[in-house]
Design a protein around this ligand. Structure first.
Ligand SMILES: Cc1ncc(COP(=O)(O)O)c(C=O)c1O
Length: 494
């Protein structure tokens, strides 16, 4: 028993040292020196839990040593970190000299995954959650999902499928009935003809994007991404070992890139152009003429277009959405449409998305999917059939509310000193520019959360450090309260 306890102690010390040393190595890059006293959050928390004192970390050449003393009962331990290995020696009871030693190896993370940028969006929302848990009245503008429930007839269809025993594997590209319903949607709403074999149903719009990028990009290929962009695009490109090429756009062009910009960015390594209209995070919607001009360039240069149309139905006023594949057979051949049920049917948690592509690409994606996720959840697919073929009345009501909130928030933001905001024509986000306040997006969001308990997402997460993303998928009451607090904050900045 006692030696088990010692091994546990040694394991904990080993992990502690590995984490601390990694953190120390990161800090060392900024602060040269070979002896340091480390009081990082992790060690501090561990120490408090252990009622221990003196977390010390020394480094001599390739030898790392930490010494931990635990107050009660004279327990303690010593760890060495040599090269990639950690050796932990724990003493459970000093007076009886009970030693236990353990060797732990540093774990390997592939270069592909290690290169990913951690999500800033999650960091802010974690902080907001923590503040809420502490009883602070946080107003959140971070939601990436509608604040409405999935319509009842969709839930009923999935529940029926489940109770009818529709619980087994389906074809990996999805059941034929759903792929037919999706083909009907493209025919009736977009005037695009796809056969069910050109359609792949998968586990969300995000999964659609990932599969497309993985299926068409080789390592070293370039993928052109207009900024501000949806956070996941560059990371997915990196996972495919391809190279994200960012095309910047600002509020001066309503966050849209010009055809000349695209043309100038294309090289003989360019494989894919990512088009997201309506856009997350800006709400920008390209006009049909603008879409055609971008599409023409891709066709002329032999570049695929991944057209992310997940916000297709969330557009306001007389805004028109036109799919790039509709302009000619060549545009159709160069386009892969990614889509999903998350936004217009409020089915974010269902994990159900789809894509439509030229036959050979759909076939390749199907092969890939069959070896990775296989089919999306069987009974969720039946909810998808009901979503497409059932009544659509819910959407008109949602759009009225989204539109009221959009117009109200836009007016309030524009009335704030030093804040500029382009009118978003789609999705459910506003992307105000706060550079006039003298703060960048992270400084602004951190202070707004800290000082006024309002959570917004820093634009830097989307490739624009001058702006913030504000989601109006929240109640009018929250919007009013949050923007009052933001106005007071901006006023205070002077
Ligand atoms: C532009 C864009 N594409 C794709 C997705 C993925 O949606 P999901 O995977 O939830 O269907 C999102 C979600 O926020 C998005 O904003």
């Amino acid at each position: 028993m006692e030696s088990d306890c010692c091994i546990q102690q040694a394991t904990r010390l080993g992990h502690l040292l590995t984490d601390s040393a990694d953190d120390f190595a990161g800090k060392r890059r900024r602060r040269q020196g070979w002896i340091a006293i480390l009081f990082d959050f992790f060690v501090g928390a561990e120490m408090r839990a252990e009622k221990a004192v003196s977390p010390l970390l020394y480094r001599w050449g390739c030898l790392w040593v930490t010494v931990l003393y635990r107050g009660e009962g004279g327990c303690g331990g010593v760890c060495w970190r040599v090269g990639g290995a950690t050796i932990a020696l724990a003493l459970e009871r000093l007076h009886r000299y009970q030693f236990s030693a353990l060797l732990t190896m540093e774990h390997h993370i592939s270069n592909r995954v290690a290169a990913l940028t951690p999500s800033l969006t999650l960091a802010i929302s974690a902080k907001a959650k923590q503040m809420k848990a502490e009883g602070k009245g946080v107003v959140g503008f971070g939601a990436g999902e509608p604040d409405f429930d999935t319509p009842q007839h969709i839930k009923d269809a999935a529940a029926k499928a489940l109770s009818d025993g529709f619980t087994k594997y389906t074809p990996s590209s999805g059941v034929l009935e759903l792929r037919e319903a999706i083909a009907e949607k493209f025919q009736n709403e977009n005037g695009l003809t796809y056969s069910p074999s050109q359609i792949i149903v998968n586990c969300g719009g995000k999964h659609s994007c990932y599969n497309v990028i993985m299926a068409v990009c080789d390592p070293g290929d370039e993928v052109i991404i207009p900024a501000p962009y949806w956070v996941s695009y560059p990371e997915m490109v990196k996972l495919a070992e391809a190279i994200p090429v960012i095309l910047p756009a600002t509020d001066e062009t309503a966050f849209k890139v010009a055809p000349e910009q695209l043309e100038a960015a294309i090289t003989d390594r360019t494989r894919l152009f990512i088009l997201n209209s309506p856009s997350n995070p800006t709400g920008a919607v390209y006009t049909p003429e603008e879409i055609k001009a971008l599409g023409d360039i891709c066709v002329a240069k032999g570049v695929y277009i991944m057209s992310d149309e997940i916000y297709e139905r969330l557009i306001y006023g007389d805004t028109i959405h036109r799919c790039v594949a509709t302009f000619s057979d060549e545009h159709y051949e160069h386009t892969i449409i990614v889509h999903g049920f998350a936004k217009a049917w409020s089915m974010t948690g269902w994990r159900l998305g789809f894509l439509a592509a030229p036959e050979p690409i759909a076939k390749a994606i199907n092969a890939m999917q069959s070896h990775s996720t296989s089919n999306p959840t069987s009974f969720a697919q039946m909810g998808g059939v009901a979503a497409l073929r059932g009544p659509q009345a819910h959407l008109a009501g949602w759009l009225v509310q989204f539109d009221q909130r959009r117009r109200f928030a836009l007016e309030r933001l524009r009335a704030m000193k030093e804040i500029r905001c382009v009118e978003p024509l789609g999705a459910f986000y506003l992307f105000p520019n706060v550079s006039g306040t003298g703060l960048n997006s992270i400084e602004f969001c951190e202070r707004l959360l800290e000082e006024k308990q309002v959570a917004m997402v820093p634009g830097v997460a989307f490739g624009s450090n001058e702006c913030l993303r504000l989601s109006y998928a929240t109640s009018m009451e929250n919007i009013k309260e949050g923007l009052d607090r933001m106005a007071a904050f901006v006023e205070m900045l002077g």
